[in-house]
Write a protein that binds this ligand. Structure first.
Ligand code: UGA
Length: 432
């Protein structure tokens, strides 16, 4: 099978690299020529553990190529993956203009029968529209089939997840097309679930919405635990031991961020509305999450009074550890709030500081080392639980701060650990 992938963002690049790693010939297409030049040299535009090593290996083996030309990239391809972005529009829906452009490009440039596989997260019915668009633009009488093959990778562990995921979903109405994509994916050795196109499209939204619900649920339990004197970490442990609930995604904190949960939950609410259904539960999940991001500043004001002129160290700027992705990161909301309160902000992130500079308010200063952020601070905020931050934040606050106080948005420590280091410690869902 000759495979092309349109879009070399996080999903497209990881998919391309992993498909080449299991032995397929893959050409990745992107309209950004500068990016393509970097990719051809084996340089990844995103930080993703293990990605560059696999890229280089497969480029050298001749299985992985990059091009900015649709004519070259789509020539003689049997299977074309669409992995372009579906950003959020103002009304909450997914913007499908890149998807539709990709479909037209496939139609205009494909030179044989083709199976078009959509990896991007798209609203129900989009795969049918993609097939129609490809067919409407064909230059000859080729057969076109559409397959929905949503991705379930987590940023920061995408390579690991590709080879160790829980399932691969293949949504197709044509048996032959489903079989082709199954054969391509077999070397991953993961369970494969074949469904209809519509079910596959729905599985992706439902899975992300459910995970977001789990997080907002435990965050509400955290907010209640504070009031009744319970410890949300103990509560989550006790809940998670019930196999029907499961222990994952029950970490309370300052909410979920990233490119997926916020966008997909909004999109599913919009899809529901478009079908005359009011998805109350998911609206609440979104609202709880917005509220959660504001909790640390609220707690700091309650404890310290005015934050005017106070120097706050923000530790962990990316939306989660092991990524430089700033999309919907809690640091965006927190730093804006702190600027409004007149606080001085010094940010630190092991990887994401450069990306943060383009997004956070210009008043934010940045430290090269975590200790430089903590040393002069009046208070420390932990926003992302990077390993380095968890290892050092409490310890260094105890060592370097005059009146050490840590507001922990990720519940990285116990009260006992903080006490030992003489640090005043305020976390989420654990203060009576
Ligand atoms: C998420 C899903 O986990 C993937 O399965 C899916 O493929 C991906 O979206 C996508 O749709 O592309 P990702 O956004 O990379 O992956 O990150 P997660 O590890 O799921 O974390 C999302 C957010 O939830 C982070 O801000 C994290 O801090 C937060 N989170 C996660 C919590 O607050 N509590 C938890 O218990 C777990």
């Amino acid at each position: 099978m000759n495979i092309a992938i349109i879009g070399t963002g996080y999903v497209g690049l990881v998919t391309g690299v992993c498909l080449s790693e299991i032995g397929h010939d893959v050409t990745c297409l992107d309209i950004n020529s500068e990016k393509v030049e970097l990719l051809q040299k084996g340089i990844s535009p995103i930080y993703e553990p293990g990605l560059e090593e696999l890229m280089l290996k497969n480029i050298e083996a001749g299985r992985l190529k990059f091009t900015d030309s649709h004519i070259i990239g789509l020539k003689d391809k049997d299977v074309v993956y669409i992995a372009v972005g579906t950003p959020q529009s103002d009304d909450g829906s997914a913007n499908l203009s890149y998807i539709y452009k990709a479909a037209r490009d496939i139609g205009q440039n494909i030179t044989r029968d083709v199976t078009v596989v959509t990896k991007s997260t798209v609203p129900l019915g989009t795969n049918y529209k993609v097939r129609e668009l490809v067919m409407a633009n064909l230059q000859d009488n080729y057969l076109v089939e559409a397959v929905s093959n949503p991705e379930f990778l987590r940023e920061g562990s995408a390579i690991h997840d590709s080879f160790n995921g829980d399932r691969i979903v293949i949504g197709a109405d044509d048996v032959e097309a489903a079989n082709i994509i199954e054969e391509i994916n077999k070397p991953f050795g993961l369970p494969i679930l074949k469904t209809s196109i519509s079910s596959a499209e729905m599985i992706k939204y439902a899975a992300n919405a459910f995970l977001a619900t789990k997080i907002s649920f435990i965050n509400e339990i955290a907010n209640l635990s504070e009031k009744v004197g319970a410890d949300v970490n103990e509560v989550a442990n006790g809940m998670g031991m019930d196999a029907r609930i499961g222990s994952k995604f029950l970490n309370a904190g300052i909410g979920y961020g990233g490119s997926c949960f916020p966008k997909d939950t909004h999109a599913l609410v919009k899809i529901s509305q478009d079908h005359g259904h009011d998805f109350h539960l998911l609206k609440s999940v979104i609202q709880i999450n917005e509220n959660q991001k504001t909790l640390l500043v609220k707690k700091a004001k309650e404890r310290l009074g005015s934050l005017e002129g106070k120097r706050i160290a923000l530790l962990g700027l990316a939306f989660k550890p092991e990524t430089d992705d700033m999309r919907e990161a809690a640091s965006i909301v927190v730093s804006k709030q702190l600027v409004e309160e007149g606080a001085e902000i010094i940010g630190y992130d092991p990887i994401a500081a450069e990306n943060a500079k383009a997004i956070l308010p210009e008043e934010v200063q940045y430290a090269e080392q975590i200790e430089d952020a903590i040393k002069e601070a009046d208070a420390v905020f932990i926003l992302t639980d990077w390993k380095e931050i968890v290892e050092k934040a409490l310890l260094m606050s105890g060592l370097f701060m005059e009146n050490p106080i840590v507001f922990d948005g990720r519940n990285c420590y116990t009260a006992e650990e903080a006490q030992k280091l003489h640090v005043e410690y305020i976390s989420i869902g654990r203060d009576a």
